[in-house]
Ligand binder design. Structure first.
Ligand code: 0O2
Length: 220
């Protein structure tokens, strides 16, 4: 089994390339889905998309933290978020709509669904985590590559970004006063998400003027 050195740039480049291809494929799928929704329902289930490849240093760190062997094979087997995509939605209903659509796509294999929205983490973290596997067609072989997809609302993302910063600032040992405040704000975020969804559902009954002025005599 090949041990990987952080300096072994060629080994890492080859390893990461296939994850980049998988990430590009999933990003394209999501952009198509969003455009189709905009075209047929005049509505975007996705507000923003962010994606990133984990750095070699961060992969090595995660393997060490989990007491796993530091090798490319070990990373391929155990680190499921080498390629990560974050989908930010307005409403929680959009999150499950996207999950449902992805589950129906024949080239996506759903490896794992972790629902931290229905079952939030003790610190208050909420998000839907999916590990999907997607085929990447290379010149001489097909690889089935894992991509982690995190789906959350704008409000959940706001909370998670700040918590993530604090987590690293305090080197994973957040002081109790801050964890209490974070838990309280997570409850507020949850309340805000519920309220925004209720308002949105209420306004659905009204026909919204889309601001488009039609020429006289234009066929509708
Ligand atoms: P980083 O620094 O963001 O890259 P497992 O696969 O179950 O053995 P893992 O990979 O920790 O363990 O799974 P999980 O719980 O699905 O977490 C994956 C990623 O979700 C984390 O990556 C974070 O990005 C994010 N995440 C999970 N829990 C929290 C949380 O409490 N707060 C915030 N802000 N983000 C969280 P990394 O590699 O752990 O960290």
């Amino acid at each position: 089994m090949m041990n990987v050195d952080i300096q072994d740039l060629n080994g890492w480049k080859d390893f990461l390339l296939v994850y980049k291809f998988a990430m590009d494929e999933v990003n394209t799928k999501l952009k198509i889905l969003n455009e189709e929704f905009r075209f047929s329902h005049n509505y975007n289930p996705i507000e923003h998309l962010k994606s990133r490849l984990k750095t070699p240093a961060s992969i090595v760190q995660k393997l060490k933290r989990k007491n796993l062997e530091v090798s490319l094979e070990s990373a391929r087997k155990h680190i499921h978020d080498v390629a990560g995509i974050r989908i930010i939605c307005s409403f929680t209903t959009d999150i499950y709509k996207i999950l449902d659509i992805l589950c129906k796509q024949s080239d996506i294999y759903m490896v794992e669904v972790k629902d931290y929205i229905k079952n939030p983490k003790p610190n208050g973290y909420r998000s839907l985590h999916l590990i999907v596997e997607i085929p990447v067609f290379l010149a001489n072989r097909t690889e089935h590559v894992k991509v982690e997809i995190q789906i959350r609302t704008i409000a959940m993302d706001f909370w998670a970004s700040l918590e993530h910063k604090i987590f690293y600032k305090f080197q994973r040992e957040i002081p109790k006063e801050l964890t209490d405040q974070l838990r309280e704000s997570a409850a507020l975020v949850h309340q805000l998400d519920k309220q925004m969804l209720a308002i949105n559902e209420e306004i659905q009954q009204f026909k919204i003027n889309d601001g488009i002025e039609y020429d006289e005599g234009q066929q509708t």
